[in-house]
Design a binder for this molecule. Sequence first.
Ligand code: NAD
Length: 364
Amino acid sequence: MDYNIGVIAGDGIGPEITDAAWTVLGKVAEKYGHSFSRTDILMGGCSIDATGEPLTDEAIESAKAQDAVLMGSIGGNTSTSPWYRLPPEKRPEAGLLKLRKSLGLFANLRPAYLYPQLKEACPLKEATADKGFDMIIVRELTGGLYFGERHTESYNGVIQATDTLTYNENEIRRIAIKAFEIARKRRKKVTSVDKANVLDSSRLWRKVTEEVWADYPDVELSHMLVDNCAMQLVRDPAQFDVVLTENMFGDILSDEAAMITGSLGMLSSASLNETKFGLYEPSGGSAPDIAGQDIANPIATILSAAMLLRYSLDLDTEADAVENAVRQVLDDGIRTRDILPREGAESITTVGCKQMGEEVAKRI
Ligand code: NAD
């Protein structure tokens, strides 16, 4: 099949890590008989330099015309880069917010997987790390507290600030559907996280999630209060498969889940809209401190490309092949320097960003 893939290389290490992922996609195309045509799209600091805007309308239209978009990362050194002397709406990050909004990306997916080969980086108890974990956090991205009405006023000389957490049933339904669909591609278990003992919005969340569940009898559903979930993530993360939650809870829990893997350079993410379209990017930033040195870890971007294959193109076999190739690379003792073991480094081969892409591609 022929597919159109947009590539937002972005700033800092962005071009290096997206090129490494593209090498892997090239191997997938060759092995499985597909054609991926690449359209480069400007966003972030490089777009400011070229056009004066972090994201142009032309770039948005170009992104919309693709089957999916793979992104590196955007932004520069926030203390020294001239991009951060611009007004907030002209800075690199404004481009990403505008793109998410223009494409209606309401579902954020962040997998947290503990590679046995990297388990010493896991900050949890050894017995917990030995069990491993493999979960995906499905976070609602365009509603809730971050998008509700807010105001600050003074009553009798006392300043008061208000934020509102609003969800309507349609917003809950569409993210719940995504979570159940994703669970069907995994271990078929959804844990819906809320605060239904206190919040009306959470009670509606529970009700609508159960209604959606009726269409997915093959998937197991359980509910968990968010405070308990925060504890369970460090006590027994192996219990989770798909964690479904609203915007703010997801913001916090997905960072907690990322932290327990211990390896930022390994964490992929995706933001999806109501169609199959998605924006796929590593969880890390543009790492200006190591940009242009060919030492960045491209695995998070390569795994984001695997998510793109799975969720936007429905190429599950190909996605499995990429994920297995990453595991094989780690088994073979090949590492970028950010994931070097503390001990036993003599049996390890340290490679740069480009070579890591080639090593993964070789194993597909
Ligand atoms: P960062 O994630 O870029 O870097 C934090 C640390 O992790 C650095 O030491 C960096 O070298 C290291 N690191 C990150 N990715 C790595 C990789 N793939 N391989 C090896 N090491 C890696 O965070 P920061 O320094 O706080 O932010 C730098 C810039 O990135 C800022 O402009 C920030 O706004 C931007 N940013 C962009 C995104 C995005 O594009 N979605 C996300 C987060 C931060």
